[in-house]
Design a protein around this ligand. Structure first.
Ligand code: HEC
Length: 135
């Protein structure tokens, strides 16, 4: 028994591990099913994520109008001139910085002439998501 154990292994790797990936797709149809299901699941997750994002941006756009940001700001030439035009502003900021700025402009720019945006944290976040979508 002891001599048996001492003999070196002829196949150090189990055979399955040394098979090329193509083997599994050729010989085992269920591998396709698994791969396709996995991709569908990933695509679904991605789509759900994009939808949630789009919904937040749409809500932010509505709040932008409700909170009268356009009294001071223009987008695509529409709106006031007391503040800078917001076209392309999403390229200059990060979402977190934008949230902080909207909540308290003077905390980011001590000389800011902009009044703090009023609203729940969710509302401010949606407005920030909308502003960040302007690229
Ligand atoms: C009373 C005028 C006024 C209102 C109302 C106002 N802002 Fe501003 N905003 C400004 C001014 C002035 C600036 C210029 C920078 C500063 O003062 O901080 C500015 C700056 C900004 C910036 C940064 C622009 C850049 O080029 O980086 C963003 C983004 C912004 N405002 C978004 C908003 C949003 C969203 C609202 C509505 C919730 C809003 N503002 C309401 C006056 C206003």
């Amino acid at each position: 028994m002891a001599a048996e154990r001492a003999r070196p292994l002829e196949h150090p790797l189990p055979q399955a591990a040394s098979r090329p990936l193509g083997h599994w797709f050729r010989e085992h149809p269920f591998v396709w099913v698994g791969a396709v299901l996995g991709l569908v699941l990933l695509a679904g997750l991605f789509f759900a994520f994009m939808q949630a994002d789009a919904a937040e941006v749409a809500r932010g756009k509505q709040l932008y109008t409700e909170k009268k940001c356009s009294v001071c700001h223009s987008i695509a030439g529409q709106g006031g001139r007391a503040g800078p035009a917001l076209d392309g502003v999403g390229k200059k900021w990060t979402l977190d910085k934008m949230v902080a700025f909207l909540r308290s402009p003077s905390s980011v720019n001590p000389k800011s002439a902009m009044p703090p945006a009023r609203g729940t944290p969710e509302e401010i976040r949606s407005i920030a998501a909308y502003v960040m979508s302007l690229r």
